[in-house]
Design a protein around this ligand. Sequence first.
Ligand SMILES: Cc1cc2nc3c(=O)[nH]c(=O)nc-3n(C[C@H](O)[C@H](O)[C@H](O)COP(=O)(O)OP(=O)(O)OC[C@H]3O[C@@H](n4cnc5c(N)ncnc54)[C@H](O)[C@@H]3O)c2cc1C
Length: 242
Amino acid sequence: MLGFPGNDLPGVYGAGAVQTLMNVHGIKPGNRIVMVGAGNIGLIVSYQLLQAGVEVAAIVEGSPYIGGYLVHAAKIRRTGVPILTSHTIVKAIGAEVVTGAVICEIDGNWQPVPGTEREIAADVICLAVGLSPLADLLWQAGCHMCYVPELGGHVPWRNDNLQTSLPHIYIAGDVAGVEEASSAMVEGELAGLCAAHSLGLTSPTFADELSDARAQLEALRSGPVGEKIRSGLCQVQIQEAR
Ligand SMILES: Cc1cc2nc3c(=O)[nH]c(=O)nc-3n(C[C@H](O)[C@H](O)[C@H](O)COP(=O)(O)OP(=O)(O)OC[C@H]3O[C@@H](n4cnc5c(N)ncnc54)[C@H](O)[C@@H]3O)c2cc1C
């Protein structure tokens, strides 16, 4: 969530809600949207909105650079939608519902540049400014946690088997570190295999399945794109598998 005046008005959505409305319920969230965030989610959801017939007035990005892959940014740019880097949202306009957004330019310290405010008419403001692990239950259970910005915030320590500091708790997916659906699914498989194994439920193919899951994760996290995740994981890995 981002803090700005009017962020509680109907018409301010997270990107996940916009996707759910469109892809699950077949409902357009509005007619003209301001997207905040030019990471992959902001770019992809903007493109999906365009495909659904929604006008994307602008994508506003605080950093001087586009955070998402250039292939997604290029698709957006070809449609004529401006991607305004070094810009942020100042406030939502509207009495009962969103009728517009005020945006402004920001400097290298993320401070507003005076005199650059401008108003954009819109009935939807979509926030795609990053995700953080929903780790409340793990805190509550007493897992040893660690702050790792590369993984989205506080995440639990874990060993190679995705077992946390509490031997009866295994983790997988975004709660282990915000990543993507494919790695979440493979982690789920790995954690499930190891949890079952710890209870004495081992199939004859356990070793093969385990090494297959590990190899899949390694492949998904390889190359320059996986560098951030790899560096984050180094900080929370308990070296000794239990
Ligand atoms: C807008 C958006 C677009 C994305 N697009 C892509 C994409 O194109 N490709 C891709 O690979 N990844 C994408 N991702 C990332 C991907 O969705 C996640 O990495 C993936 O869903 C993680 O899976 P998960 O099972 O860990 O978490 P989730 O899919 O978030 O599932 C967690 C579930 O747990 C439930 N829950 C939470 N707390 C509790 C509780 N206390 N009790 C019971 N249930 C609870 C939640 O309601 C939720 O249903 C996108 C994410 C977003 C937000």
